[in-house]
Design a protein. Structure first.
Length: 351
């Protein structure tokens, strides 16, 4: 049994490489770690190359959310016997290694990868409501008076727009402000340009592709919430597999699940056209939405405010706690939650 889980990029990567016994495809990204070290996206494959069904499990699309997902992948590598012999499993480790190494949600260009998979032939709509909150969001994480005033102004906009529309303004994705919140980028990111050919190559010839993208920070502490951004048959199938665990933002009024632009899910659907694709986000809950948002806003502010490194370290510490709690109970609950979701997935795929 793995006693601890690494909350550090290099240690998480080391565990993954060890688990994969060196059978890894790696891409060194252009950006470097905080100490100038090289950073990699890594991929390993289990099972037959020409399988009819492929299960893809990705971690660290939101950089600092890597650690729980990495642990799930390492545990699966250590327990690969539980997988059906005719299933191919593709594990992608640290889709956003820069964010993992620097303890940030976004990548080196402040791009949220979950807003970067937009259709390049049909760019996403403009987020008009975001224009009202952009300047305020830059200041809201400031723990001085300026931040206090920005938060008060945001609260006014929030009551004006309503909870869900406010969350869509803040989190729904925007493509104008490179220093902004939920920035989807001006172009496909390096990670996307690596992921897409990897996914095409490793699903070539498959009829059915199921994708689990592992995240943290949303939902109940230690529990798994499965989020489907799909519609039609894929959504119906996900509902049958995951039952009450499944949330579909398109079908709920829940404010914490806004609809977003440029999400990976429609990006994968376009990429894998012609195959049956079921793609879900698996969120392991940590703390209350308010606390997580507060930590993200403080980090957002600290990135451009030039504060003292000791102050920034405190902000990073709380941010990391919000996405990878230091808690034996939490990570053991995540182990169980992942095992349940994996069992439901494998059962569904075999039906
Ligand atoms: Zn995430």
């Amino acid at each position: 049994m793995i006693q601890h889980y690494p909350r550090h990029y290099a240690s998480a990567r080391r565990a993954f490489l060890d688990g994969a016994k060196g059978a890894v495809t790696s891409h060194e990204i252009k950006a470097r770690g905080p100490d100038g070290e090289a950073l990699h996206m890594d991929l390993t494959v289990l099972g037959p190359a020409d399988a009819r069904q492929v299960l893809v499990i990705t971690s660290g699309v939101h950089g600092l959310e890597l650690f729980a997902g990495s642990r799930c992948q390492s545990r699966l590598l250590a327990d690969a016997d539980r997988l059906p012999a005719d299933l191919k499993v593709v594990l992608v480790h640290a889709a956003n290694p820069w964010g993992a190494a620097h303890v940030r949600r976004n990548n080196e260009l402040n791009v949220d990868l979950c807003r970067n998979f937009y259709d390049t032939d049909n760019p996403p709509s403009r987020n008009e409501d975001y224009e009202r909150v952009h300047e305020l969001l830059l200041e809201a994480g400031n723990n001085g008076m300026e931040g206090h005033e920005a938060m008060a102004a945001l609260a006014g906009i929030r009551s004006d727009l309503g909870e869900r529309r406010y969350n869509e303004a803040v989190m729904g994705g925007q493509y104008r402000h490179r220093d902004g919140f939920a920035f989807g980028g001006f172009a496909p990111s390096e990670s996307r340009k690596v992921l897409e050919p990897w996914l095409l190559k490793h699903t070539d010839g498959a009829q059915e592709v199921v994708m689990l993208d592992l995240h943290t920070g949303l939902g109940e502490h230690g529990a798994a919430t499965v989020v489907s951004m799909q519609q039609g048959a894929a959504l119906t199938q996900a509902q049958a597999w995951y039952g009450a665990r499944l949330v579909a933002p398109a079908q709920t009024d829940a404010a914490e699940f806004p609809e977003v632009r440029g999400h990976t899910t429609p990006g994968y659907e376009r990429l894998l056209l012609g195959r049956s694709v079921l793609s879900v986000i698996v969120e392991f809950g940590t703390y209350a939405h308010e606390r997580v948002m507060k930590a993200l806003l403080a980090d957002h502010w600290s990135e451009h405010s030039g504060i003292h490194p000791a102050h920034q370290a405190l902000i990073k510490d709380e941010l990391l706690e919000c996405f990878s709690p230091v808690s034996r109970e939490w990570i053991e609950a995540v182990d169980q939650a992942f095992d349940t979701v994996l069992t439901e997935t494998l059962t569904g795929m075999q039906a």
